[in-house]
Design a protein around this ligand. Structure first.
Ligand SMILES: Cc1cc2nc3c(=O)[nH]c(=O)nc-3n(C[C@H](O)[C@H](O)[C@H](O)COP(=O)(O)OP(=O)(O)OC[C@H]3O[C@@H](n4cnc5c(N)ncnc54)[C@H](O)[C@@H]3O)c2cc1C
Length: 366
C-alpha cells in the first residue's frame, strides 16, 4: 500500500483531515471528481472577484477554537452578513428586527412591535398549527409571514406552505433591537482572497488528483491506501441499494455586469413567489471590492434527482430512517470512515464541518 489514507473529496472535511493526518506523519492521497479542490466552498475568480460558485458562504462561529483554527489558513475581513429582502416594491432588513418592523408598520419602539405581532398572532386564532402556513402565521402574524416568509419558503421547497409540514419552521428568529447582523455568533467574516486558498493550504503536502471519481478509481487502484475517508454521498457508496436519499438542489445563473455596483449589498432575498429566483448574490461586496465590473448570481431552488448536484438534505422522517440504515451498513464497512455533509446526510455549516473533522481526527489519529 502506498498511502496511509485515501481521502475521497477535497472539500473542507477532507482537507481538514488531510492536514491533520500530515501533521501526524501520515500520508494522504486526496481525490475529487470535480475539476477543482475545495468542494462547495470553492471560489472562482471572475473579473478579479471571488465568486462563490456553489452559493454564498459566510464563515461564522461562536467556537473560539474553530475560529483560531481557520485563522491559521487565512486572514478574515470584518464582513457582517446583513441581507435585504425585496417584496414587490418594498425593501426590508433581515433578520426580522426593529428596522424591519419600523418600516413595515411605521412604528419606533420594541413595545409597539411586540404589541403588533401579538395582535396579529391573536387574530389568526391558530392554536395547533397543522401545516407550515399555520405555523408561520401563529409565530409571527400575517404581515411578516405573508411578505417575508411565505413566498420565499414556497420557492425553496417547490410547494405551497399549506402543503408543507409545520416542523420545518420551529421558530422564527425575531430581534427587538435595531441590529441587522444576520448571525448571533461571536466571530464572523470572509477570508481575504477567498476560500479556495484555505483548502490549498490545508492540502499542502498531500498528493491531490482532481477529475477523479472514486468508484472508477478504486476499481483500478483497490490497494492504494490502508484506509479510506469517504466524504461523498453515503447512498451512492452503497450503489443506492436501499434507495436514494432526497435532496433539494440549487441552480445558479451567474452574470458579469458592466457596472461597479448592482444592488449595494452582497445578499438580496426576493420574497414574493412570482419572482422565480430566491436570492441575488453580488459577490464583490463580501470583500468590499472596488473592481470596475460586478458579478451577480441568481439562485433558483430546484427539485433534485440522482446525478444532479445535491445541496440540502431533506431530513424528513422517511429520509432519516433510510439514512440510519445506510449508517448501519457504513459501520460494518472495514477501513472506511464516512464524513462530511454528504457522508453524514446532514446540513453542516463550515464551522461544524471543521469541528466534526477534528473530532474524527482525534479518534483516528491519536
Ligand atoms: C448553498 C449553500 C450555502 C452555504 N452557505 C454556508 C454559509 O454561509 N456558511 C457556512 O458556514 N456554511 C455554509 N454552507 C455549508 C458548507 O457548504 C458546508 O459546510 C461545507 O462545504 C461542507 O464540506 P464537505 O467537505 O462536507 O462537503 P463538500 O464541500 O461537498 O465536499 C465533498 C467533495 O466530495 C467530492 N465527491 C463526492 N463524491 C465523490 C466521488 N464519488 N469521487 C470523488 N469525489 C467525490 C465532491 O465533488 C466534493 O468536492 C452552505 C451550503 C450550501 C449548500
Amino acid at each position: 500500500m502506498k498511502y496511509d489514507y485515501l481521502v475521497v473529496g477535497a472539500g473542507l472535511y477532507g482537507a481538514v483531515f488531510a492536514h491533520e493526518a500530515k501533521k501526524k506523519g501520515k500520508s494522504c492521497f486526496v481525490i475529487d471528481k470535480r475539476d477543482h479542490i475545495a468542494g462547495n466552498i470553492y471560489c472562482e475568480e471572475i473579473e478579479g472577484i471571488n465568486v462563490h460558485k456553489y452559493g454564498a458562504h459566510i464563515f461564522h462561529t461562536s467556537d473560539k477554537k474553530i475560529w483560531e483554527y481557520i485563522n491559521q489558513f487565512a486572514e478574515f475581513n470584518n464582513y457582517i452578513n446583513s441581507p435585504i429582502a425585496v417584496y414587490k416594491d418594498e425593501l426590508y432588513n433581515l433578520p426580522f428586527n426593529m428596522n424591519t418592523f419600523s418600516k413595515m408598520w411605521n412604528i419606533r419602539t420594541p413595545q409597539e412591535a411586540k404589541a403588533k405581532i401579538a395582535e396579529q398572532v391573536a387574530e389568526t386564532g391558530i392554536t395547533e398549527p397543522k401545516n407550515l402556513e399555520e405555523q408561520g402565521l401563529s409565530l409571527i402574524g400575517k404581515d411578516v409571514f405573508e411578505k417575508l416568509v411565505k413566498g420565499y419558503t414556497e420557492k425553496q421547497w417547490g410547494r405551497d406552505c399549506k402543503d408543507l409540514p409545520a416542523f420545518i419552521i420551529k421558530r422564527l428568529p425575531v430581534r427587538f433591537t435595531y441590529d441587522n447582523n444576520y448571525f448571533n455568533d461571536r466571530f464572523q467574516g470572509i477570508p481575504m482572497g477567498g476560500y479556495t486558498k484555505i483548502v490549498e493550504k490545508m492540502l499542502d503536502g498531500a498528493d491531490v488528483k482532481t477529475n477523479t471519481d472514486y468508484f472508477e478509481f478504486v476499481k483500478e487502484n483497490p490497494d492504494v491506501a490502508e484506509k479510506t475517508v469517504f466524504t461523498g454521498m453515503i447512498d451512492e457508496y452503497f450503489d443506492y441499494k436501499l434507495g436514494a436519499l432526497e435532496y433539494r438542489s440549487v441552480r445558479f445563473e451567474t452574470e458579469v455586469l458592466d457596472t461597479d455596483n448592482y444592488q449595494g449589498n452582497a445578499v438580496v432575498n426576493y420574497t414574493e413567489r412570482e419572482v422565480p429566483y430566491t436570492r441575488i448574490i453580488e459577490h464583490k461586496h463580501f470583500e468590499f471590492g472596488k473592481q470596475e465590473k460586478t458579478v451577480i448570481s441568481r439562485e433558483y431552488s430546484s427539485e433534485w434527482s440522482v446525478g444532479m448536484e445535491p445541496y440540502y438534505p431533506v431530513n424528513n422522517e422517511q429520509n432519516n430512517a433510510l439514512f440510519e440504515k445506510y449508517r448501519e451498513m457504513a459501520a460494518k464497512e472495514e477501513n472506511v470512515i464516512f464524513g462530511g455533509r454528504l457522508g453524514n446526510y446532514k446540513y453542516y455549516d463550515m464551522d461544524k464541518v471543521i469541528g466534526a473533522a477534528l473530532e474524527m481526527c482525534e479518534k483516528e489519529l491519536d
